[in-house]
Design a protein around this ligand. Structure first.
Ligand SMILES: *Cc1c(COP(=O)(O)O)cnc(C)c1O
Length: 381
């Protein structure tokens, strides 16, 4: 029977790929733990570095949920970044948002700079950056939104238009928003990159990444990078990530609900110098966030105005927020960017983009939010 409307996000997240388990009747797909495949099989598999049924199941779900024609999965978000940057050549210029993910910054500065790829950093919340972009003739434009850890919201549709006018494709690192809350390809981006390790998996038990696109040419480049550079994920990690994606929608709903309540508490009751959360009306890009995201996601960044020692002591007193890198799992975490995620960024560069010693980033999990609030209250007391 002809369907009159496409399946919704949750339905696709749960049912995509069910036809792939052959005649076994298994409701849950297996983990295909095999390095190689018999020559001439109907699905065209040959060697797991260049493809595996678990990769294919994951890619189908991720592409569909991102609203893209193609997805290529990788061993981590950083592998996905490496795959994209490996398509560049000596002399190419990347124009990137200045508050970029720390490991992306490190990869550009300490690896790809040696191969002659240069990067110009701009603040994409400043209107003059659009004029600068137009004059630069970049090979690629690279942004994140929300950014890490300042949670700046970049107008994806506006940057896509400016990048295309300058003749460059736009990549959006969509990790902090997740496919459920924001779909960069639908907003005009050419590539949407995800660290699936975070919200897609949601259980902090595997690493994976993906690059999504509607372009056959970019897709071919990603498949090539996956096998030629050995950037492929492990079948077991793909299986765990596919399992996680089935509950992405309901987890994201709770992350958003908890984070908003948590941010409102911080703003109203703790005397914090600043509280950043995209769906708080006090956020400088609140209107853009409301337009391009369907929820504020789970990260809240706060500056309590404490000094370095006081900040570290506060973090040590928290009971429900282990101090750990990463984000997007069901459990809450806290992070001190200056000494953790952004320790590889030089102090002056860090402070120039607002990452002070007193900045704290909370990844708000899906626990009972009253308990999370109470924990911060006692640690501040
Ligand atoms: C974590 C993260 C990455 C890297 O992903 P891994 O899976 O840890 O390699 C890339 N971009 C952003 C925004 C991230 O938060």
């Amino acid at each position: 029977m002809e369907k009159d409307r496409p399946d919704g996000f949750e339905t696709r997240a749960i049912h995509l790929g069910r036809d792939f388990v052959g005649e076994t009747g298994a409701v849950t797909p297996p983990v295909w733990l095999t390095s190689t495949f018999e020559y001439g099989n109907p699905n065209g598999f040959d060697y797991t570095r260049s493809g595996n049924p678990n990769f294919r199941l994951l890619d189908r779900a991720v592409a569909s949920l991102e609203g893209a024609a193609f997805s290529t999965c990788f061993g981590s978000g950083v592998s996905a970044i490496t795959a994209v940057v490996s398509t560049l050549k000596s002399g190419d210029l990347v124009v990137a948002e200045e508050n970029i993910y720390g490991c992306t910054f490190r990869l550009f500065a300490q690896v790809f700079a040696k191969f002659g790829v240069s990067v110009r950093y701009l603040d994409f919340t400043a209107p003059e950056s659009f004029t600068t972009l137009a004059s630069l003739k970049p090979t690629l434009v690279w942004i994140e939104s929300p950014t890490n850890p300042n949670l700046k919201i970049i107008d994806i549709a506006a940057v896509a238009e400016a990048a295309h006018a300058a003749g460059a494709p736009l990549l959006v690192d969509n990790t902090f928003a997740s496919s459920y809350l924001q779909r960069p390809i639908e907003l005009g981006a050419d590539l949407s990159l995800l660290s699936l390790t975070k919200y897609a998996n949601g259980h902090s038990d595997a690493l994976a990444g993906a690059v999504c696109t509607n372009s056959e040419e970019w897709n071919a480049k990603m498949i090539f990078a996956q096998k030629a550079l050995g950037l492929q994920p492990a079948p077991m990690d793909c299986w765990l990530t596919s399992r996680g994606i089935k509950t992405e929608a309901i987890r994201m709903e709770r992350h958003c609900e908890n984070a908003l309540a948590f941010a409102r508490f911080l703003e109203a009751e703790t005397g914090a110098v600043s509280v950043r959360y995209p769906f708080l009306p006090s956020h400088p890009q609140y209107e853009i966030a409301k337009r391009q995201m369907s929820g504020g996601s789970g990260i809240v960044t706060v500056d309590f105005g404490l000094n370095l020692a006081e900040t570290q002591a506060f973090l040590g007193r928290l009971r429900l927020f282990p101090k750990a890198e990463s984000l997007g799992g069901v459990e809450s975490l806290c992070c001190h960017p200056a000494s953790m995620t952004h320790a590889s960024v030089p102090k002056e560069t860090r402070e120039a983009v607002g990452i002070t010693d007193s900045l704290v980033r909370f990844s708000v999990g899906i626990e009972t939010v009253a308990d999370l609030i109470e924990d911060v209250r006692q640690a501040l007391a």
